[in-house]
Design a protein around this ligand. Sequence first.
Ligand code: C2E
Ligand code: MG
Ligand code: MG
Length: 645
Amino acid sequence: MLYGPRSISSERAAGVLTLNGKAYQAVSSPVLAPNLIGWIVFAAELNDEHLQQFETLAAIPLEAAVLTRSDGTWKATDTNLTASDLLRLQSDSLDTETTSAPRRLRLGGADTLVQVTPLRSFADDGHTALALRYPLSLAMRPYQALLAAILLVGLIGIVALSIASWVLARGLARPITALDAAVHDLQNGKRTEVVVETQDEIGRLAQSFNHMSDEIARREKRITHMALHDSDTDLPNRRALETALQAFHQPGVVIAFTVERHQAIRAAIGYQLAARLIGQVGARIAELVPDAPTGRLSADTIGIAAPQLNGDQALDLAAYVRDNVNGALRVDGVAVDVSLVSGVARVDNPSAHSALDHALIAVEQARATFQDSAIFNAESYGDPARNLSLMSEMIDGINRGALSLHYQPKLDLRSNTIIGAEALVRWTHPTRGPIAPDLFVTMAEQTGHIRALTEWTLIQAIADQRSMRAAGIDLPVSVNLSGRLIGNDAFTAMTITLIEDTDARLWLEITETAAMNDPDAALRNIDAYVAAGVQISIDDYGAGLSSLSYLKRIRAHELKLDKSFIEALAQNSREALLVRSTIDLAHGLGMKITAEGVETPATLALLAGMGCDVAQGYLVGKPQALQDFITFIGKPDGLRSAALG
Ligand code: C2E
Ligand code: MG
Ligand code: MG
């Protein structure tokens, strides 16, 4: 078969020639003699060897293959290209007329860069193309070391970064953890010094924290000191003593030492010096009883706590302290006579609070009985807390009829007849039973309820007197009048009107001290009562601060000698002398004399012998309810001779 040039001409032709499925590089040249007689064609097979030489021309390890198409099927000079590779090439780029851009195809199971360039055909007998392949793995090979290096550097970087972060975190976290722990300790009231390891911000923070916690600890100590110490004297205070007592866990005593006349001392030398004086007394007591906790209980009182002591030992200790403190103390150059009164309370119940209170009350109990020292007497103290609402309960009792008057007869010693009766109030409390008149009358005086009580008493006494009269008993009734009301002009006017309106025959008993509260008003009102026909008795004479000038001024009809004189009359000649003198005194001033608290016939006989006018007491008759009293008097004519021998 002869392949002629594409066009018969005298020019040479060159291109790729496909023969029997093999590709040849062919060049033709016309043979002219002189006319064209033929062609000379030179052809060299483009076989593997040829292509390998071609491959060596490239700077990179290319693989070259010539692709030929005959009968519509592509073949390759390179046997490495499989049929499926050819198909893939064919579908991708073989049919293009121009050189394709390098592209990535999967050939022979590997990613390959492929560029296909159409070759000029020697004869128009089909297509030929040059496929240059460059496996991607080869293309990438020079970069793999770089990639590995980058990866290695990255890895080293990450490790280094991790280590650095860890070191940094450790460096940051450890002091912060230590700070956190110290803050927790501080919250729990414990101070921990944070170790300062660095001079950076954390170190400075630790330093600041130490400084702050130190300051807090100092301040807390100061606050605790202030809470447990008296600011004027720097002595431990009541709370400190309470705390000490709570730690006792065994019976013991509290002793309170009160500086007598403290108010007068303070008025004389001033608050500051008086406080310093108490400070000195406290320090001296602490010196004398070094093992006992001390504390300032009030402005004028120092307390000490002594475990294991009983009452008598406590009194001895109190005497020892008083003996060693009493006397002149110098404060700022001023000499002050100090005298202590002591009160002892046992700490056998768990409340330290009440033991201290009881010791303070014991001081008052000692003062009330003119002693230097006393042990707390619960019985005489009673239960003041129960009495806080007593007055409203009393008013309620008045409205509900829970109060009544009992009558105690008065016996005339010359005629041996009952010549009067004293009205004494009685109150039966719905839950507490009978309440002592001394308790609620005194409280009514202190709280201003005495007027309501006395108005009720007067009205009731007048009503009871009417009942007695109806029963044929016509006796004057003595009503006790509180000193608080004697000076009250409005009350006096009301009482006088009441008495005049009801035609009552009343006597009023007033105590000497009470009348002296406001002597002018009292004497003026007493005169008004006398003018209205009311007889006046001086009650409990001798029990208070008796004053002759008072006796001289008051226009009384009767002097009632206090029962404290009468009780001891039969045994004590001194009392007898006093009673006899008082009887003479009363008579000398134009008054009758009544002896209170007559309990024995011997006393009655003595009083009669001394010239006493009237006797009142259990011997003659106890205070009795109205009906019992009426029965007691018992005679239709109203006056029964007391059968007293
Ligand atoms: P007082 O006026 O001196 O009354 C006499 C007190 O001595 C009464 O006590 C009476 O029960 C008591 N007494 C009478 N005979 C004897 C006796 O032989 N031996 C003893 N040991 N005591 C005797 P009471 O009733 O407890 O009253 C106490 C005080 O309460 C009275 O003393 C009086 O000051 C006051 N009081 C009583 N009732 C009233 C009242 O209605 N109004 C006012 N303001 N005070 C009253
Ligand atoms: Mg009386
Ligand atoms: Mg009396």
